[in-house]
Design a protein around this ligand. Structure first.
Ligand SMILES: [Zn+2]
Ligand SMILES: [Zn+2]
Length: 248
């Protein structure tokens, strides 16, 4: 399984990265986890977007889903023909929310382009991947996802505050790709995001093999967040950056 960081900037796109989007490939199948603001442009540095096989949206905040809109344009017009529908998995209400974002006046919506399916906690198969979803601790319905294939497992936190469900989902995963959005010690709102230390603690509790820290907003010192994560987790810990790739 190969993981490529398309975008990793937390909450908004930043000067060095688009917002959240991760490409996971196995056996020629190309799965996108999230497609946040700016990510559709960055994606094209790595593949022809017509080659994406499916999209999983962790939740409907703009920094995780709003670049579905340019993908609609591309799938309708960009290849000189309408491209076949691909699955988009997201929380219930994903179609209506994204159709509204794309064009509030359009009656036909987005079902000519995407085959929408509602995510619920539990397992499902997508191409060569086994996916397991868990509801995490964020103000809107949000699912972390564990992606397994070829005997390897990647757990992606999505956006979350402290979450036992995330620890269970990530148990024994080879990699935990975990958000860390807050500086330690600030007056952080509850049930929204993790600090670096908390991301490290989640990786430690889950017994993950490796921690990849992501979703640091441009206004937060990323090196300090990564240091806090590393101090709380004995395994290898890295701060991700756009365009980096990892073989699992
Ligand atoms: Zn976010
Ligand atoms: Zn969010």
């Amino acid at each position: 399984m190969k993981l490529t960081i398309i975008g990793c900037s937390g909450s908004v796109p930043g000067p060095a990265s688009a917002a959240s989007s991760y490409l996971v490939e196995h056996d020629g199948y190309r799965l996108l986890l999230d497609l946040g603001s700016g990510a559709f442009g960055a994606l094209q540095r790595h593949l022809d977007p017509a080659e994406v096989d499916a999209v999983v949206l962790s939740h409907l905040h703009p920094d995780h889903c709003f670049d579905i809109a340019p993908m609609v344009v591309h799938r309708r017009f960009g290849a000189g023909r309408r491209l076949p529908r691909i699955p988009v998995l997201g929380p219930s209400g994903t179609h209506d929310r994204l159709a509204m974002a794309y064009d509030p006046g359009a009656r036909m919506g987005l079902r000519d382009v995407f085959d929408f399916a509602a995510v619920t906690p539990g397992e499902r198969t997508l191409g060569p991947f086994r996916l397991r979803f868990a509801r995490v601790n964020h103000p809107v319905p949000t699912h972390a996802v564990r992606v397994s294939a070829g005997g390897r497992a990647l757990a992606y936190s999505a956006d979350t505050g402290p979450s036992d469900a995330l620890v269970s989902l990530a148990e024994g995963a080879d990699v935990l790709l975990c958000e860390a959005s807050f500086d330690e010690g600030a007056a952080n709102p509850p049930n929204l995001h993790l600090t670096g230390r908390e991301a490290g603690e989640h990786a430690a509790k889950a017994g993950a093999g490796r921690l990849l820290v992501t979703h640091v907003p441009p206004w937060v010192d990323a090196a300090r967040v990564a240091e806090a994560a590393s101090a709380a987790f004995a395994g290898r810990t890295d701060l991700v950056a756009a365009d980096q790739a990892y073989e699992l």
